[in-house]
Design a protein around this ligand. Structure first.
Ligand SMILES: C[S@@+](CC[C@H](N)C(=O)[O-])C[C@H]1O[C@@H](n2cnc3c(N)ncnc32)[C@H](O)[C@@H]1O
Length: 273
């Protein structure tokens, strides 16, 4: 298939990291997520994922993170078949396909216009999937999202690229626009931000990281009175760790005994508003 992608900026290019992690997971004998579409896109474009130097730990973390976001989202849309779903900084991810949403759910993938163009070239359209080409730190794009339906907002791999103020403003705009719902995104402690800036596997995005991180998952509750923490998902305590290779499995099982230590790794935060 001859697909020519638009030229992407380094920030837009970050989509490859998470996409390739999910593609590599799909090629494992026992995938954590089993994202066949990610695998197909990487194969279609013959993308040279080896240049990203993705290690097993990064691959497992990125994939498990997507799975946890999927689980929260799937539960929400099952309870709210009239929901709208938003994926902020969607890249080439196809969460809607993975979660078996009721056909009444409208889904919005939001990313920069060039990424949306690439999505249109690579991902077969679906009746209830809409793409919005926009910078999420700007205001107008939310006008396209209904204001009278419960909403599930997801963001996988986006927050690290926002400043603290941009993230607070984004959450406030979402809560001001949407009547009620839930939000789920991966977050970072200051240590995790430091690690992302210095690890080999995240070298391609190190210069782009702007978020300072926060330790207390309740901190966002102080940004907007409607926001309430539902759950801090610490990966060391998730059952999928049992599938990890021995060394990593033992490391995470040990880490699971300490909340402070577990927070140094990948965290998914789930809120309601
Ligand atoms: C690490 S990738 C993750 C992509 C996708 N969520 C996934 O899991 O594969 C980060 C994505 O966020 C997008 N992004 C970063 N800053 C953004 C912004 N201000 N507005 C819209 N998209 C943004 C990038 O273009 C990129 O596609």
């Amino acid at each position: 298939m001859g697909v020519t992608l638009p030229a992407l900026t380094p920030l837009e290019d970050s989509l490859w990291l998470t996409l390739c992690c999910r593609a590599l997971d799909n090629r494992a004998p026992k995938p954590i997520l089993g994202d066949a579409m990610a695998d197909e896109i990487v194969r279609t474009l013959d993308y040279d994922y080896e240049r990203l130097k993705i290690g097993t730990n990064l691959m497992l973390n990125a994939t498990l993170r997507a799975k946890k976001l999927d689980e929260v989202t799937a539960r929400f849309v099952a309870r709210h078949p009239d929901a709208v779903g938003l994926d902020l900084g969607a890249g080439l991810d196809t969460r809607l396909r993975r979660i078996s949403a009721p056909p009444t759910v409208d889904w919005y993938d939001i990313d920069f216009p060039a990424v949306v163009t690439a999505r249109e070239d690579l991902i077969p359209s679906e009746p209830k999937a809409h793409a919005i080409g926009a910078d999420v730190t700007e205001e107008d794009w939310l006008d396209a999202i209904p204001t009278d339906r419960p909403a599930i907002v997801t963001a996988d791999g986006l927050m690290g690229f926002l400043t603290h103020d941009e993230m607070v403003a984004l959450l406030n705009r979402l809560i001001g626009h949407l009547p009620s719902g839930e939000m789920v995104f991966n977050s970072y402690t200051p240590f995790a931000i430091w690690a992302a800036r210095h690890s080999r596997g995240t070298k391609s995005v190190a210069e782009l990281i702007k978020f300072p991180g926060f330790n207390d998952p309740r901190e966002p509750e102080s940004w907007n009175p409607k926001l309430q923490l539902v759950k801090e998902i610490l990966f060391s305590r998730e059952p999928e760790v049992a599938q990890f290779p021995t060394g990593l499995r033992l490391y995470y099982q040990l880490q699971s005994h300490s909340t402070a230590w577990s927070r140094k790794g990948t965290i998914v935060l789930h809120y309601r508003f």
